[in-house]
Design a protein around this ligand. Structure first.
Ligand code: NI
Ligand code: MN
Length: 225
């Protein structure tokens, strides 16, 4: 399968079957994304929470592509109220879809609808797809149960926010890696805006000191998993 990083928290995963999973599609309003919303298609859209820099172009893409949106309960209700297909989940729950299994886990963060109304919880997303386990942490502060999540699930790829201010900064993110012990850590949620400037090479150095692998992706880069 292929994993393409658009910058910020946004990824497109293309499975060997051709099925496409889009995560947190913040594209048109994102100054660092190399693609706009119209250049992306997906059968499924996965959302960590409803903040604008994650929800992004969800409704327009989902309407154009007839995508199924998968996310936390209250946000899924909001999406369904806009006439888009949604699958409601919640923290701790997993569900097996045609393409693989999704599990939502906690994230220490908040969530709003695009209309700025407070809604349910922010989440992390664990994807069990093909033979890989990918943990997208969403927006989160450091919490001890990351350790438990890492013990329960042997994470191959950890997508970990490092931008600070709204999420973990580098040192907390490195600690998160030491808790989860992923096969490979990939830094996210940095350098999109001035307030979240962060040096991914510093993060990489510190993660490698732990004896773990880290890969810094260029904005727009696609890798084979
Ligand atoms: Ni957020
Ligand atoms: Mn964010």
């Amino acid at each position: 399968m292929k994993l393409r990083y658009f910058s910020h928290s946004s990824f497109l995963i293309t499975l060997d079957t051709g099925v496409r999973l889009l995560i947190d599609p913040f594209l048109d309003g994102n100054p660092t994304s190399p693609v706009g919303a119209l250049e992306v298609e997906a059968e499924y859209i996965l959302l960590t929470h409803g903040h604008g820099d994650h929800f992004g172009d969800t409704l327009s893409i989902a309407k154009r592509c007839d995508s199924l949106c998968i996310c936390e309960n209250e946000l899924a209700n909001y999406i369904a109220s806009k006439g888009v297909k949604a699958h409601n989940m919640h923290i701790g729950g997993s569900h097996t879809f045609d393409f693989g299994k999704i599990k939502l886990v906690q994230a220490l963060h908040s969530s709003t609808t695009p209309d700025k109304e407070c809604t349910g919880s922010a989440t992390g997303i664990i994807l069990f797809i093909q033979d890989k386990i990918i943990y997208h942490m969403g927006d989160t502060g450091l919490f001890m149960d990351m350790k438990l999540i890492g013990e329960l699930h042997p994470i191959d790829y950890l997508l970990v926010p490092i931008g600070d201010n709204f999420t973990m900064g580098i040192d907390d993110a490195v600690m998160a890696c030491s808790f989860v012990k992923p096969g490979c850590a990939i830094p996210i949620h940095y350098n999109t805006f001035d307030i979240i400037q962060s040096d991914p090479s510093e993060f990489k150095k510190k993660v490698e000191k732990l004896g773990l692998n880290c890969q810094v992706l260029e904005f727009g880069q696609e890798i084979i998993l």
